[in-house]
Design a protein around this ligand. Structure first.
Ligand SMILES: [Fe+2]
Length: 213
């Protein structure tokens, strides 16, 4: 068992859950200053830029929230910074050498949000593998850190896997999220702050979650 086991809040036996939008906002307020992987922006800056791009494109609220929260998995995995590069935990606490932050995030958010929010998040890493397979020049357009992490995310899809991926519900939304994700690494880019997006989180959260939040 990895060292983080026992430090995470768990529900339903194996997986942590978030029960209110207030908890989510608190996570970004407390941990959002962490750097976003090998990039020059923080996790919070990256999240706000991604959500701002979606809002500027007149996307539905669920998509904006999905963009805002797509990398919350990195913040939920508290000892992430202490691990060797590209050593990630699964949501159930078992160590992995694969990047599982998308699976962690979607599992943790499932109690609060509909699939329109959680599924693009779950699929956004695979969307990179897909775009590398089908779009000439896409891999070259990625940042050095994103090119490097691809290897630990399973590498470029083959043709069959790419076709199976894009046939899934919410795969198109995940591809769109991915494009904003790739662009949301601009140092000093002005965006709205977290409080601007808080009402959108509330609007997308389930009724039971609002009551407990
Ligand atoms: Fe991201």
């Amino acid at each position: 068992m990895a060292r983080w086991v026992g430090r995470r809040q768990r529900a339903e036996g194996t997986t942590m859950r978030l029960h209110s939008t207030a908890e989510i906002l608190q996570i970004y307020q407390q941990k959002g200053r962490q750097l976003y992987g090998g990039e020059a922006v923080s996790q919070l800056e990256h999240a706000l830029q991604c959500a701002t791009f979606a809002e500027a494109a007149d996307q539905p609220t669920a998509m904006i929230v999905s963009c805002l929260l797509h990398d919350i998995g990195h913040l939920l995995i508290e000892p992430f910074q202490l691990l060797e590069p590209f050593q990630y935990p699964f949501a159930d606490g078992i160590a992995s050498d694969h990047d599982t932050h998308a699976d962690c995030a979607s599992a943790v958010l499932r109690e609060l949000f509909s699939p329109a929010v959680t599924e693009p998040i779950r699929l956004h890493v695979e969307a990179k593998r897909y775009l590398c397979a089908v779009e000439p020049g896409y891999w070259q357009s990625l940042s050095a850190a994103s090119q490097q992490s691809l290897e630990h995310q399973g590498g470029i899809f083959g043709l069959e896997a790419a076709q199976a991926f894009i046939a899934q519900p919410y795969a198109a939304e995940a591809v769109q999220l991915r494009r904003w994700d790739d662009s949301a690494k601009v140092v000093g880019l002005p965006t709205a702050d977290l409080s601007h997006f808080a009402p959108m989180l509330m609007a997308c959260a389930s009724g039971s979650a609002l009551e407990s939040g």
